[in-house]
Design a protein around this ligand. Structure first.
Ligand SMILES: NC(=O)c1ccc[n+]([C@@H]2O[C@H](COP(=O)([O-])OP(=O)(O)OC[C@H]3O[C@@H](n4cnc5c(N)ncnc54)[C@H](O)[C@@H]3O)[C@@H](O)[C@H]2O)c1
Length: 383
């Protein structure tokens, strides 16, 4: 298949390119280096500076003989995007090209406006390019479990049957986000659902939980091919952050009581879910939604896991509760359904002690590059 990966320089984008390429698909990637520039601007670069995309594709081709085509440009630029669709006629477009950070979207009005504009216009442009160039193309879009919030009822996979005054109807499951970034993901879902109804597009929307890890089968072959690993307050996800904190002797940063529960997923499983979705497209005129997580933990449980493995490895790990900078419910019911991807063939890699140990070793090897100032910068939701 011809696969177009939007946001191919990112944490998930580059491993996705290699994953599809290793399985014999033709891969084209687009990225405007937004994340690299922003990390530089905000003093929160990843633990290792990854080679640029042209260099990575050269290394990949040298290793496997497979080419990955790269375009440096902005998905919100419609003429640029459409010309790539015309030239390559993709069978599948995987859409990662968004501003993915909740704290970034809460920094100030400018960052909020950028998040809205970037995330909504990139999604709009992809819908238009598919409609105008090739309506057969399957859009795989990354959403987030954060779209649902923490309702006091079970969370279904995207859809909800409602019975009201004796009549029934199926709706999108109610969504209520707890950051502006997550709100844009809800708006993406709504927009895609509109174009599915109106133009008959075929879309898979993956409600993903925070991803952890760095090692994928392809990335392990050469350290220069590893994906970027952020541990800072803006771009780092919680488990990756805790591992770095354990290694540098920073207290593990639990926000509030730590009783907030979320669904998590290993980066290897995240790739597998996207791959399975591409191999099993929905029919036309269908918005298919999966909850892309493999297990749930409270923040305290994650911290205790890193504490235990870190102590065993000889680190003096401390756990500390900080005033919660976010506006969120800390004690809540949480029971999401996530069987769809497993029914399609996903075999989860769960969060074992070995996974944490592997991460600790990677961070230890690069300890000298860690910027402690980026761990806690104090972005508050309600300043
Ligand atoms: N990583 C997670 O834990 C997680 C969890 C849930 C959902 N998601 C979603 O998955 C997707 C991928 O996440 P990620 O962690 O790989 O993010 P990332 O920031 O590492 O990757 C996104 C890439 O897209 C690029 N980009 C952004 N806007 C662009 C534009 N207008 N044009 C071209 N390129 C652009 C960035 O430069 C970056 O390289 C995002 O949509 C994110 O919201 C991620």
């Amino acid at each position: 298949m011809r696969i177009l990966v939007m946001g191919c320089d990112g944490y998930m984008g580059w491993p996705t390119c290699m994953h599809f390429s290793s399985k014999g698909h033709e891969v084209i990637g687009i990225d405007n280096y937004f994340k690299r520039y922003t990390a530089l601007e905000l003093d929160c670069e990843p633990i290792v500076l990854n080679p640029n995309l042209v260099e990575r594709t050269r290394i990949w081709e040298g290793l496997t003989g497979n080419k990955i085509g790269i375009y440096i440009g902005d998905v919100t630029d419609y003429h640029f995007l459409k010309s790539i669709f015309i030239d390559h006629k993709p069978d599948v477009v995987i859409h990662y090209a968004e501003q993915p950070s909740a704290p970034y979207s809460m920094l100030n009005r400018e960052k909020a406006a950028f998040t809205l504009q970037n995330n909504l216009i990139s999604t709009l442009n992809i819908a238009y390019a598919v409609k105008e160039v090739n309506t057969q193309c399957h859009i795989i879009k990354l959403g987030t479990m954060g779209e649902y919030g923490t309702p006091n009822i079970d969370i279904e996979e995207g859809w909800f049957d409602i019975e009201h005054k004796g009549r029934t109807e199926k709706f999108l499951f109610p969504r209520q986000a707890s950051s502006l970034y997550h709100t844009t993901k809800i708006q993406d879902t709504d927009m895609l659902w509109y174009y599915v109804r109106t133009w008959g597009l075929r879309v898979t929307d993956l409600m993903q939980g925070p991803v952890y890890g760095i090692f994928t089968d392809e990335g392990k072959q050469d350290s220069r091919l590893m994906t970027n690993f952020h541990y800072d307050e803006i771009f780092g996800t919680v488990l990756n952050r805790f591992v770095v904190q354990a290694v540098v002797g920073h207290p593990l940063t639990i926000y509030g009581s730590g009783t907030q529960i979320r669904g998590y997923i290993n980066i290897k499983d995240s790739l597998a879910c996207v791959y399975l979705s591409a191999m099993h497209p929905p029919e036309h005129g269908k918005l298919r939604i999966f909850n892309q997580i493999t297990e749930t933990f409270s923040v305290n449980e994650l911290a205790e896991k890193v504490y235990a493995v870190g102590k065993k490895a000889g680190y003096s790990v401390e756990i500390k509760h900080y005033d919660n900078p976010r506006v969120e419910t800390e004690d809540h019911y949480y029971n999401p359904k996530y069987t769809g991807l497993m029914e399609m063939g996903l075999h989860p890699n769960y969060l074992t002690d070995e996974v944490v140990e592997e991460l600790l070793c990677l961070v230890e090897r690069n300890k000298g590059c860690i910027n402690k100032n980026s761990i806690l910068r104090g972005v508050k939701w309600n300043k």
